[in-house]
Design a protein around this ligand. Structure first.
Ligand code: GLA
Length: 403
């Protein structure tokens, strides 16, 4: 039986209305309501029952209810809210079986809403276009479109009222293997945030034995651009335990897309060899983060897109936390991955377990098409046309190492 610790606060509504969606009642009761706090670490049963439950996370000012789904499988428990499709917590064991939450986030809906302009995007689904578009403008089929400028002078992560701030429509279920799934759907009307076409997007989270899989799909009724991702931040030693400088980062990428001072790609695909951006072998994030290298000055640390080697569904990144032995492996079919070392966390936010987040207290890995692709003919295209379906998948696998 899991021990209960302090429940996350919910200032507006409290935690009420817990409903069992599927799975054994006893197991659901065992997992529901256990707070996702960073400490003290708990020991989960060696394996848990695959299951999905939901509870009311909060209510927005306009009365919209925001639900929180808890997806549990053998060695992992994940909480996802319908606001922004946000992954609130990810609880996984360390090499000794001690379980903690390794995802940065907040305890309450109010905290997510209050911090979202433009915000840290903790755990959120990002759309319509992850990352930056130069000066918020692009031309498609001869028509120029203007997007909101929310990261002066550029448009970042889909604009001011972006997908991470919308309430998605949930459908809970199971896949054929019995793993819990949560399908989130959103319709973005023609012209939404300046983007052309009605975009119908879904993101389906599946929690398998030790992994989270996200399958993204989108269709449109007019030519448009699309680049969806998830913006989870991790600290594999536990959310709120300090900086991630000691994590060993490995990226399956020999090249990156250098940026200008506003973090817009210059258009080059430059080799990482001989630079502090070379993570072809595992290197501690903190080792070279303060090197006198112009790209690190522009990013205030790492905030770059790496050009993933190869194509098709493949390993993109592997991150190891030496003290706990936790290992995160990420797989994707996307051409790029943004590694962001939490440079803008500045001590003003307090996370899920009530602790302050300072610079470098978490890292994000965002599978994606390259930033500003619509303005770079040499980058893989992000255009979606009527009749075609945008599809991409990312898998996050949590394991441990003994060394
Ligand atoms: C992305 C960007 C960063 C920053 C974060 C959110 O990773 O590349 O510059 O905006 O999102 O804080």
């Amino acid at each position: 039986m899991l021990k209960r610790s302090v429940r996350p606060r919910s200032r507006r509504t409290g935690v009420a209305g817990r409903v069992i969606v599927a799975g054994a009642v006893a197991a659901a009761v065992a997992v529901a309501g256990t707070a996702a706090s960073a400490a003290p670490a708990r020991t989960m049963p060696a394996t848990m029952k695959a299951n999905i439950t939901k509870d009311l996370f909060g209510t927005l000012d306009d009365g919209t209810k925001v639900w929180r789904y808890t997806l549990t499988n053998s060695r992992i428990r994940v909480r996802i809210i319908t606001y922004g499709g946000i992954v609130q917590t990810i609880e996984v064991p360390d090499r000794r079986g001690r379980v903690t939450n390794v995802a940065l986030g907040f305890a309450t809906l109010d905290d997510y809403v209050a911090s979202n302009n433009p915000g840290p995007y903790f755990g959120a689904l990002i759309g319509r276009y992850a990352n930056r578009i130069a000066e918020g403008t692009f031309t498609l089929d001869g028509v120029t479109h203007q997007l909101p400028i929310n990261n002066d002078p550029n448009s970042l992560h889909g604009g001011t009222d972006s997908f991470d701030k919308r309430v998605w429509t949930p459908t809970a279920g199971r896949n054929s293997a019995g793993d819990p799934t949560l399908r989130l759907a959103l319709t973005s009307p023609d012209g939404d945030q300046g983007y052309p076409g009605t975009l119908r997007a879904t993101a389906t989270y599946t929690v398998t034995d030790d992994s989270i899989r996200v399958d993204y799909r989108a269709t449109t009724d007019k030519a448009t651009i699309v680049n969806l991702t998830n913006h989870s931040y991790f600290n594999l030693a536990g959310e709120g335990t300090g900086d991630i400088n000691g994590h060993l980062m490995q990226l399956n990428a020999n090249r990156y897309t250098p940026v200008d001072a506003t973090l817009i790609p210059t258009g080059q695909l430059a080799p990482v060899a001989g630079t502090p951006l070379d993570f072809t072998k595992p290197v501690a994030i903190g080792d070279r983060i303060r090197d006198n290298f112009e790209q690190l000055v522009f990013g205030r640390g790492y905030d770059h897109n790496w050009v993933l080697n190869g194509s098709g569904f493949r390993l993109a990144a592997r991150v190891t936390e030496p003290t706990t032995g936790r290992v995160l492996s990420m797989f994707t079919d996307q051409p790029g991955i943004q590694f962001y070392s939490g440079n803008f966390l500045d001590g003003t936010l307090y996370g899920t377990s009530g602790r302050q987040y300072r610079q470098g207290d978490g890292f994000a890995l965002e599978t994606q098409h390259f930033p500003d692709s619509p303005n770079h003919a040499n980058f893989p295209s992000t255009v979606l046309r009527p009749g075609d379906t945008y599809r991409t998948s990312t898998v996050y696998t949590f394991g441990t190492t003994h060394h």
